[in-house]
Ligand binder design. Structure first.
Ligand code: PMP
Length: 340
């Protein structure tokens, strides 16, 4: 019998899934790390667990304490579920633009949800800054204290990927991985996996896949943080150098428009049975670009970040797609969307 002792031990060790069409088209082996198979259905379970374990170790998080975080949703879901399993309450600050499904899941998991307008990081009412202030206030009033998870600048996040995601990819490919590509939210995944893989073999090529509206593509190509355009993807698209992305060994950056990424989500669902969120589309588009740049015969790994049902009301909603001038998949057009 193989038994995981609680949900915490069910986080990580996700499979690597060969993406058939992407591999055929490029002559490379394109592999997706199935992070949607984590208990909270996203890659962010890893960061949530790493941050909680680090705060326990330092003594900042005490039994019965409160975890406060600003999040696009997935980190909050991870914190709420792991918190429930380990005896912590969670208070989550989320921009109101994020999908209803993620907010519903947070409430379902028992998190206290604080919705705030979506304003940029320079604005003091930005969700990250609100969460920091809230944590400070609750630390004074909560009987068992409160911590701020601070996923963007708390490097326990990327350390979790250095210790788990990176070595898993190395072992699962028998050291044959040639390239790794990922989008950036906090940067924990890209930087952590990049640092781990370069430690095993410095020749492994590391690529950033940046959505429109993010500033890192410009940063890694021209040295200037500059954003243009916008994207319907959630959880990715960074405008500053977070502590987690700082110093990441990135070799090349690609800028991926939604028109390139979103149809890949539909194709992966229709042809390969993979139901994924929009950031996975950006990642797979990035893997295709890296494969074309490196040439046939290479093994390229990317992240399948979260499960698609989390975006049924947007990414898989014909009305929403039409409003953004994005193509509507045939079967959603035919069935009118969410009806069965
Ligand atoms: N995809 C999704 C759906 C996410 O929620 C996130 C995290 N916000 C990411 C990708 C990016 O991960 P990271 O924070 O490790 O850069």
């Amino acid at each position: 019998m193989t038994i995981r002792n609680g949900v915490v031990e069910a986080i990580g060790n996700t499979p690597l899934i060969k993406l058939k069409r992407a591999s055929q088209e490029t002559g490379c082996e394109i592999l997706g790390k199935a992070e949607f198979m984590n208990p909270g259905q996203s890659v962010k379970d890893r960061a949530a667990l790493a941050i909680i374990r680090d705060a326990e170790k330092s003594g900042a998080l005490r039994p019965g304490g409160v975890i406060v975080e600003g999040t696009a949703g997935n980190t909050g879901i991870g914190l709420a579920l792991v918190g429930n399993a380990l005896g912590y309450r969670s208070v989550i600050v989320i921009p109101e633009t994020q999908s209803q499904e993620k907010k519903d899941m947070l409430r379902l998991a028992g998190a206290t949800l604080v919705e705030v307008p979506a304003v940029g990081y320079v604005n003091p009412n930005n969700y990250v800054k609100v969460s920091g202030r809230l944590a400070e206030a609750l630390a004074k009033t909560e009987p068992n204290g409160a911590i701020w998870a601070n996923q963007f600048d708390n490097t326990a996040n990327r350390q979790g990927h250095i210790e788990t995601t990176g070595p898993e990819i190395w072992q699962q490919t028998d050291g044959k991985v040639d390239g790794f590509v990922s989008a950036v939210g906090t940067g924990g995944t890209l930087a952590g996996v990049a640092i781990a893989l370069k430690g095993f073999n410095p020749k492994i090529r590391i690529a950033l896949a940046d959505p429109m509206g993010a500033a890192l593509y410009a940063y890694y190509t021209t040295g200037e943080l500059k954003a243009e355009g916008s994207s319907i993807t959630e959880g990715i698209g960074q405008g500053r150098i977070t502590k987690n992305i700082e110093g990441a060994p990135i070799d090349v950056a690609f800028q991926i428009p939604d028109e390139e990424a979103i149809p890949l989500c539909f194709q992966l669902l229709e042809e390969e049975g993979l139901c994924l969120g929009g950031s996975s589309g950006i990642n797979v588009a990035g893997a295709l670009r890296l494969a074309k740049e490196m040439g046939p015969g290479h093994t390229i790994v990317t992240i399948l970040c979260d499960y698609g049902t989390r975006y049924q009301s947007k990414l898989f909603n014909p009305d929403f797609l039409r409003s953004k001038n994005l193509p509507v998949p045939r079967w959603l057009e035919r069935d009118g969307g969410l009806k069965d």
